[in-house]
Design a binder for this molecule. Structure first.
Ligand SMILES: Cc1ncc(COP(=O)(O)O)c(C=O)c1O
Length: 420
């Protein structure tokens, strides 16, 4: 469900025609609908109303400060995976006691930053990381709250690059070895065991892997409790998928109700780390058609947004609907929609049936709110694009378009290279 719709033949975001936004910010730009974001977060959060829970929005999906703030205002916490995301969460106004820190390679300085900020817990992914956190905590006189990210060896049936809960993935501690890691944690003087965690992957479109993960975690928690450990938090991670093309993932209410049934009365606060399901369909990428060309085999529509702006199609082969901003009826063609970068993998759609597009017109690349801007780069020295938030009939530039100066900020030419 989202608020991008045609009205009078023009695609709108809430109450504003998209061409009017383009007149102010140029192309390409990311565009987010405030009311869609609020609705997605609220529906997800309310679905778990029956039990103690905390929804920690996964900042990696879209880490713009305005979006982080929006979810904080709705009572959310934040799931971070780097010092930079922790900085954003704090700058966005997050209560540190609602921040969880995941990630397989936390550096000492990041651990120290999180300890000083007094976050809710570290989701720890190896025995060596337990030791590292213990060491840093001891050095600065803190006790570190930890949970162990368990790898339950479950096939989430998603793209291999976004599957994380299988033995062959680098994430978490093998569930069979997890009890050993927990025992080790209880022996380390500067750690406090508070929870258990898993994250199975992303764009998961069936409820069953989540249920299987939850059952495995519960059984481990029971064993740990029998050994006298107190497990207050059970973090089930994120991963619920969305409809990009024709996928039919469980509705958040359906997803929540199966989880609720399984966890009610278990004595843990449930933590969830949704990203994509909250922001994915609440954002689009708007681009301009530059040129069209064809040969005997193919037609190409060349647009001004490319793989550096939205990498998902070339990286994961993922699908995004492409709509003309002007709905005007025209014949359909089959074409590759490609960007301006010097890579053959630079495409937004391949062999796609689309209305015949003309140079100069605007297109909307749908479902681009998650892992769109946050995965964008400056490749080919392309400034990163602007981000705009629309609420009813008001627009807000929540990130300025970068300029050429931004591209070279921090770079230096050593003197010896400029001396004659
Ligand atoms: C640890 C962790 N939590 C949460 C998420 C968010 O996943 P999604 O955006 O699929 O909800 C991810 C992303 O892969 C993750 O690695």
């Amino acid at each position: 469900m989202h608020f991008f719709e045609y009205k009078n033949g023009q695609l709108h975001c809430e109450g504003i025609p998209i061409y009017q936004i383009e007149e102010k910010v140029g192309t390409p730009f990311y565009l987010y609908s405030y009311n869609t974001l609020v609705r997605h977060f609220t529906v997800f959060n309310n679905a778990f109303e029956g039990i103690p829970h905390l929804v920690c929005y996964s900042a990696k999906a879209n880490s713009n400060l305005a979006l982080i703030r929006l979810f904080i205002n709705l009572g959310g916490g934040v799931d971070v995976v780097s010092g930079g995301e922790l900085y954003r969460a704090i700058k966005g106004g997050a209560d540190p006691k609602k921040i969880v820190f995941s990630g397989v390679g936390k550096r000492g300085d990041e651990i120290e930053y999180a300890l000083k900020a007094e976050i809710l817990m570290f989701n720890v992914e190896s025995s060596q990381e337990l030791q590292a956190i213990n060491e840093v905590a001891g050095r600065i006189g803190k006790k570190a709250p930890i949970s162990i990210r368990v790898n339950p060896d479950i096939d989430a049936k998603t793209h291999p690059y976004i599957s994380t809960g299988l033995k062959q993935n680098k994430f978490g501690i093998d569930i069979l070895r997890a009890p050993l890691a927990y025992r080790m944690a209880t022996q380390l003087p500067n750690l406090k065991v508070v929870g258990i965690d898993c994250h199975l992957g992303s764009q998961i479109i069936e409820a069953e892997p989540f249920m299987e993960g939850l059952r495995k975690l519960k059984s481990l928690v029971e064993d740990l409790r029998n050994e006298g450990m107190e497990i207050q938090y059970l973090d089930l991670g994120g991963g619920l998928g969305i409809t990009y093309e024709d996928e039919e993932p469980p509705h958040p209410v359906e997803y929540a109700s199966t989880i609720l049934e399984e966890i009610k009365g278990f004595g843990c606060t449930l933590i969830l780390e949704p990203g994509r399901v909250i922001v994915g369909n609440a954002g689009i990428l708007v681009s301009r058609v530059l040129y069209t060309k064809e040969n005997e085999e193919k037609r190409f529509v060349i647009v001004d947004a490319g793989m550096n702006d939205l990498v998902r199609p070339s990286y994961y082969g993922s699908y995004h609907h492409i709509l003309p901003v002007n709905e005007e009826k025209r014949e359909e063609i089959v074409a590759d929609v490609v960007g301006p970068l010097c890579e053959s993998s630079d495409f937004l759609a391949k062999g796609r049936r689309i209305p015949r597009l003309e140079p100069g017109e605007l297109i909307a690349v749908m479902s681009a709110g998650a892992y769109g801007f946050s995965m964008s780069t400056n490749y080919n020295s392309r400034p990163r694009v602007a981000e705009v938030l629309v609420r009813d009939d008001q627009m807000f530039v929540i990130r300025e378009r970068e300029d050429y100066e931004d591209l070279v900020r921090g770079e230096n030419i050593p003197d010896f290279l400029t001396r004659p």
